[in-house]
Design a protein around this ligand. Structure first.
Ligand code: HEM
Ligand code: FES
Length: 346
């Protein structure tokens, strides 16, 4: 959904995003292949391609996992988030090509079913050297497939936001499995130990970014007002603290509320976008509507409802302004309920 209430299809930003994505992947594959040929002249073309696509998928997965916390730490990274699902689909396709090449190269020659062969080709005896690393890769790939297949908004609408979100949180399970896959794969094979060092650097980077972003969010929440739901209006902030056409986020009864100032009025809505839980309070008012900073879904500030024909709704909060301070009632109104805006100059 865009600023003028039309569905966003293939706009310029999406095309640019995909061009950079595909171009970046192509450049990576070429550089990796050339370097492999130079540094490991005995590696066959199949091995070179297996490694190029496997490392490409794994690297892209790191980028995808880092985009979320980077955006929480600095809004300059938001353009990366805009079309992150295409990066996810690309990651799956690279992993799939890697897996297909492995199956053709290592598993297609015997009488055993090639897919079954992934699971039974080595016997696990409890040692690191016999760890079934290919099975980890297989399960990781299945999770990447499920996420890629349900990445379209059609599935978000049909599965419901909480189910969709839980499904997509499996990316962390896939990541853990693929860290094991690569680490044990390298330990068992003739791959360079540089891979193990690179996996450790990647893991530390992903963990560090997530912990730093979580700490920042926690600081934000503790700074904010707390109360219980039955309490009367709560002093949330000064009108002067809210920039024009933007919001200030406060925490009421454990929920984040975005208080917007626009056209001399103050309105408050839940901070959580119905699309993919984006932070509405970090967006701005565009054409009279709150516009989510992640993918541009819009909501009317007084009703919390998306402009027709869209049907998304977020809860609203009753607001008062007295002596230049904004007071919010901690009990949210049902999603889409009109809450009379307060005059910013009261
Ligand atoms: C059915 C699924 C998979 C199978 C059977 C599989 C199998 C393998 C095998 C046999 C190797 C060792 C290759 C060699 O060096 O000779 C390997 C390595 C590797 N795999 Fe996978 N893999 C699968 C899925 C994935 C996925 C989904 C990713 C990433 C998203 C991935 C990333 C890697 C990486 C980075 C390496 C180390 C580089 C290399 O030596 O090739 N794999 N995999
Ligand atoms: S528009 Fe996607 S999370 Fe809000």
């Amino acid at each position: 959904m865009g600023v003028e209430y039309v569905s966003v299809q293939w706009n310029r930003q999406k095309k640019l995003y995909d061009a950079v994505l595909v171009g970046g992947v192509a450049v990576y594959l070429v550089i990796f292949s050339v370097l492999t040929k130079m540094l490991f002249p005995h590696a066959t073309d199949e091995i070179m391609l297996i490694r190029a696509f496997g490392t490409g998928a794994f690297l892209l997965l790191h980028v995808i996992l880092c985009i979320g916390p980077l955006c929480r730490l600095n809004p300059k990274f938001l353009p990366l988030l805009y079309n992150r699902r295409h990066a996810g689909v690309t990651c799956f396709l690279l992993g799939l090509i890697h897996a297909v090449l492995v199956v053709i190269t290592y598993h297609a020659g015997s009488d055993t079913n090639p897919i079954l062969s992934i699971f039974v080709s080595g016997k696990f005896t409890g040692t690191a050297g016999t760890m079934p690393f290919q099975s980890f890769g297989f399960i990781g790939l299945v999770i990447l497939f499920l996420m890629a297949a349900t990445s379209h908004d059609f599935w978000l609408a049909n599965l419901s936001a909480p189910v969709w979100k839980s499904l997509h949180m499996l990316v962390y399970v896939a990541y853990a499995l693929l860290v094991l896959h690569v680490t044990y794969g390298v330990l068992q094979g003739e791959g360079s130990p540089v891979y193990v060092g690179a996996v450790a650097v990647g893991l530390v980077t992903v963990l560090w970014l997530h912990l730093t972003a979580a700490r920042k969010e926690r600081e934000l929440d503790t700074e904010l007002v707390t109360s219980n739901k039955d309490q009367e209006f709560v002093d949330a902030c000064a009108v002067a603290d809210i920039p024009e056409n933007r919001a200030r986020i406060v925490c009421l009864s454990g929920e984040r509320v975005a208080i917007f100032k626009y056209d001399g009025k103050i309105s408050a809505v839940s901070n959580v976008c119905q699309h993919q839980n984006g932070p509405l309070g970090e967006g701005k008012i565009v054409y009279g509507c709150i516009t989510c900073p992640w993918h541009g879904y819009q909501y009317q500030p007084d009703t919390g409802a998306s402009p027709p024909p869209f049907v998304e709704k977020v809860p609203t909060f009753n607001v008062q302004v007295k002596n230049g301070r904004v007071f919010i009632h901690p009990k949210p109104n049902p999603a889409g309920t009109k809450a009379e805006p307060a005059s910013a100059s009261s």
